[in-house]
Design a binder for this molecule. Structure first.
Ligand SMILES: [Zn+2]
Ligand SMILES: [Zn+2]
Length: 172
């Protein structure tokens, strides 16, 4: 868990505290699966608000946009956010857009909890489109064979549709 028993200390203006993050528990996010999170986050009480900065690294399970295989991919997350110490009921009930317009709360009960901050920044740092390698050959549109693993016997039309008119000219 990314919880720290430092709420009282952090409420003093000007105080600066560093949290070592070493969480075995994966971050829960609706659209992606994340692995363990490691890193370091410094929290500074800047008068009512808390500045959080540092970095964490994790892994995220991504699906290749072409061949659809899943891979665990490392991601680095830079943290530089102004946060609040207000208690928040639930994050699930608000939309993603509303979340971004409000400060992320670091408070969970009587503790400081970095998991919501990490979860939101992890999602922002997760690519929507990803290829397992730049030259991924994708799947055969006929039989579904992963062409990175070998060719199939299908007759595939390799011609780029933009070039098709040129080929037709050749045939005349
Ligand atoms: Zn691929
Ligand atoms: Zn095939």
């Amino acid at each position: 868990m990314m919880q720290y028993d430092i709420l009282d200390e952090l409420q003093k203006p000007g105080v600066e505290l560093t949290c070592v993050v070493d969480a075995e528990v994966a971050v829960e996010a609706s659209e992606a699966l994340y692995g363990p999170v490691k890193g370091q986050v410094t929290l500074i009480n800047a008068g009512g608000k808390v500045e959080a900065f540092g970095f964490v690294s994790t892994t995220v399970e991504l699906t290749c946009s072409r061949c659809l295989t899943k891979h665990w991919v490392p991601i680095e997350i830079e943290i530089d956010e102004v946060c609040s110490l207000e208690a928040v009921e639930r994050y699930d009930s608000v939309t993603a857009e509303e979340e971004r317009s409000e400060l992320i709360s670091l408070r969970s009960g009587s503790k400081i909890d970095l998991s919501e901050l990490v979860r939101q920044l992890a999602m922002l740092n997760t690519p929507w489109r990803w290829l397992c390698r730049p030259d991924c050959r994708g799947l055969c549109p006929v039989c579904g064979q992963n062409l990175n693993e070998g060719d199939c016997d299908c007759q595939r039309q390799q011609v780029d549709s933009r070039l098709a008119p040129l080929l037709e000219l050749h045939h005349q």
